[in-house]
Ligand binder design. Structure first.
Ligand SMILES: *Cc1c(COP(=O)(O)O)cnc(C)c1O
Length: 318
């Protein structure tokens, strides 16, 4: 994605929103409603069976304003689906729980956002998810050495917070895929404008959209994007292959997330099991602020990049 991409600028303002479905409102409306009318039992039945995409029941699971924010970020990143949540930490927690449900190991660098490091070191081990930390995320031999049968993913920040180490996403993706595990990337710092991890092989992208994406310091939010290319295996990731009660319909042979959602199994499982049951939902007004911030993302980042360059040039001359 180049700094001058017109395509990006069109998408950041229009993706995921069709005004004619919303009374031709030029701005995305805020749907400040918890529940949505089901009209009649037939339509309710179709919604429950996932046969009416774009329909809504209850805002803990999905909401029209939040849906547009999700579709827009998903489109900017080239994913197959996204789930917005109440904070960047909720995005990270849900992505990690979703991939390593039931326990396992994850490889991550020590150089990551403080709250992520604290969670990985002290909280998730109590849920049987243990981390193998590396000093240098570009030490691929060391990472390979650490991969065990119960390793479920590699986790990395594309540009680390705070010391701005840059990870080699292509190489890490290759290494992860060779070992049949996904690569999860926290892409908060670059935002989808400067870098799209999925295009470089990453499988899952998480954001604190509290930061660059919304950009005005007025909303805490997070989002998870699914690249949809990872081949989940039954042995290592049984959660996507088990029969699922909410998907069990008459005449349906395979009621698992992979059976019903195919390439979108990860993100569908995350919405149904983690967003719906643990409930760190993004509210419609917060999604609206995220969309509003997104409209100036490239303008703001261009300016930030130019300022950073000027500072770097100044120090180089010193
Ligand atoms: C801020 C930040 C988070 C946490 O996001 P919140 O929205 O504050 O929960 C996670 N990762 C990175 C890289 C961050 O900068």
């Amino acid at each position: 994605m180049s700094l001058m991409s017109n395509e990006f600028d069109t998408k950041k303002i229009h993706s995921g929103y069709d005004p004619k479905n919303f009374g031709y409102s030029a701005t995305v409306p805020i749907f400040q409603s918890v529940a949505f009318d089901l009209e009649n039992t037939e339509r309710a039945d179709q919604i429950v069976r996932n046969e009416l995409p774009g329909s809504f029941m209850y805002s803990r699971v999905s909401n029209p304003t939040v849906d547009i924010f999700e579709k827009r970020i998903n489109d900017l990143d080239g994913g197959v689906g996204a789930v917005a949540v109440a904070s960047g930490m909720a995005a990270i927690t849900y992505a990690v729980l979703n991939v390593a449900e039931g326990g396992g190991r994850i490889i991550a660098p020590l150089d990551i956002y403080g709250a992520s490091l604290d969670e990985f070191r002290t909280l998730l081990p109590k849920y049987n998810i243990n981390f193998d930390f590396v000093e240098n995320i570009s030490d691929f031999d060391k990472i390979q050495e650490l991969i065990r049968p119960d390793t479920k993913a590699i986790y990395v920040e594309s540009v680390s917070n705070p010391i701005t180490n840059i990870a080699d996403i292509s190489q890490l993706a290759e290494l992860a895929h060779k070992n049949k595990i996904p690569l999860i990337v926290d892409n908060t710092f670059p935002t989808p404008y400067l870098f799209n991890p999925i295009k470089f092989g990453a499988d899952i992208v998480v954001y604190s959209s509290t930061k660059g994406i919304s950009g005005h310091g007025n909303v805490v939010s997070g989002i998870i994007v699914d690249g949809g290319k990872f081949e989940w295996t039954k042995e290592k990731f049984p959660q996507f292959f088990e029969p699922e009660l909410t998907l069990d319909e008459e005449g349906r042979e395979d009621s698992s997330f992979v059976g019903v959602f195919g390439k979108k199994a990860f993100i569908a499982h995350l919405r149904t099991k983690y967003l719906r049951l643990m409930g760190a939902v993004l509210n419609p007004f917060a999604a609206y602020l995220g969309l509003l911030g997104l409209e100036t993302l490239s303008e703001r980042i261009n300016k930030e990049v130019l300022t950073a360059l000027k500072i770097a040039q100044y120090f180089r001359k010193k």
